[in-house]
Design a binder for this molecule. Structure first.
Ligand SMILES: *Cc1c(COP(=O)(O)O)cnc(C)c1O
Length: 419
């Protein structure tokens, strides 16, 4: 069957060997998937999710029982007091922005302890000039870089004891950086450390790509608030857009009043018929995340055996669904991404090219033949065209489609090698 792909026999047998060698890793993921499925199911049961929650509201969106229930279900799964889950959030970047504008006031200092935050926040923070940035409102920004992928505890302590920090942002997934993603254990440890110095600082986690990758979520290890995208893990590939902010109820209220308007907050927000999709996506999310993890692990194994540096390695603990392949060659990065696109369901005939993207400073190549525009819980692979030419591959609604995509990408990659 797989020979219809016209792939070198050596690659086919390498893949067969991989699936035998990865038995342990795959079985750990099946285990995780079972636990997370139970967690999701229990949240549905505890909140009495019923067909009536598939309701739709328009206009102001008052009294949307489906929306209110979805928010309770999300809060429970994320181990938080409260959550706001809305299609009025364009995506994760927008929810992060709303959260920052909701919690910070002129004169406040925001501190990132995982180095520079995700690229789309450059203009939000004001690292790149924008008349609507936090900076333009007099909100200051400071940053502490990771040292060899570890938190800089000395510097964190020095900063927290020398001035009042209002909010600490911790981005778990690596974005387009070359560092490792932050595991839930590392996160818990640094939060304990911070809270011992300052109980009041708001600890906000960018949780994009990390949901359901471990058994615990950030608020269960002490975070105050957590933000993520519904075109990633918790949308399960079904949510058409949106994002969530979850955490302490006082913070969720502030975020709601900022997303809509002071005085109306979470009481408004029409769901326009998406409640069922959000619930169904969440229901599928544990399995979709598990498929994504298996595809990431398979990719890591195969590309390592083919001589590429990969991060994480196939048997490393994982904090997110992102797999890096370090190509050290722009042409290889491009060909690999084109191979992924070629085996997408949608727009398979399109050949992606590096191009400028709003919110990003380098040209980016992006393979995303997805049902939902830009969805990266679906198999997708992208990377900025800058050394060391790293591919950031993530997602796959099923293991089988992911495996086909990766095998085809390897085939295209080897064509470069053979030239
Ligand atoms: C994807 C991502 C975002 C932004 O989410 P969008 O839904 O694409 O706007 C923010 N932070 C990290 C770490 C991400 O991976």
């Amino acid at each position: 069957m797989i020979n219809q792909l016209n792939i070198d026999d050596k690659i086919i047998s390498l893949c067969q060997k991989a699936e035998i060698d990865l038995k342990n890793e795959f079985s750990n993921i099946d285990n995780l998937c079972e636990k997370n499925s139970l967690k999701v199911l229990k949240a549905f049961h505890d909140n009495c999710v019923s067909e009536s929650h598939f309701n739709s509201t328009s206009g102001y969106g008052y009294n949307d029982i489906g929306r209110d229930t979805i928010e309770k279900v999300f809060a429970q799964i994320l181990g938080c007091e409260d959550a706001i889950v809305r299609n009025q959030f364009i995506s994760g970047s927008h929810a992060l922005t709303v959260a920052l504008f909701a919690f910070l006031r002129p004169g406040d200092i925001m501190l990132s302890i995982t180095g520079k935050p995700y690229d789309t926040l450059d203009e939000v923070i004001g690292l790149k000039g924008n008349p609507s940035s936090l900076k333009s409102f007099g909100i200051k920004y400071e940053q502490i870089d990771l040292i060899d992928d570890e938190f800089d505890y000395d510097n964190i302590k020095k900063t927290l004891t020398s001035k009042k920090i209002k909010l600490i942002e911790i981005q778990r997934s690596k974005g387009y950086s070359t560092r490792k993603s932050i595991t839930i254990e590392k996160l818990g440890k640094v939060i304990d450390f911070i809270k011992k110095i300052d109980q009041n600082v708001i600890i906000m986690i960018d949780n994009c790509y990390c949901e359901l990758v471990n058994e615990k979520e950030p608020c269960q290890v002490g975070a105050d608030v957590v933000v993520g995208s519904l075109i990633k893990n918790l949308g399960g590939g079904i949510a058409p857009n949106g994002a969530y902010i979850a955490g302490r109820s006082d913070l969720i209220n502030l975020a709601a009043e900022r997303l809509t308007l002071p005085g109306e907050g979470r009481e408004v927000g029409p769901t326009l018929g998406i409640n069922k999709q959000l619930l169904q996506g969440l229901y599928l999310a544990p399995s979709v995340v598990a498929s994504s993890l298996k595809v990431a692990i398979l990719t890591s194994y195969l590309l390592e055996k083919l001589g590429y540096r990969v991060e994480p390695r196939y048997n490393d603990p994982r904090a997110d669904i992102v797999q890096n392949i370090i190509f050290n060659d722009p042409n290889k990065l491009i060909k690999y991404c084109q191979g992924i696109q070629e085996y997408s369901a949608i727009d398979s005939f399109v050949v992606p090219q590096p191009s400028a993207m709003p919110g990003y400073s380098d040209e980016i190549i992006m393979a995303s033949g997805s049902f939902i525009q830009g969805s990266s819980i679906e198999l997708s692979c992208d990377g900025p065209i800058r050394p060391p030419y790293i591919a950031y591959q993530q997602g796959s609604l099923t293991y089988q489609y992911g495996k086909l995509g990766v095998l085809n990408a390897i085939k295209r990659l080897l064509e470069v090698d053979n030239k």
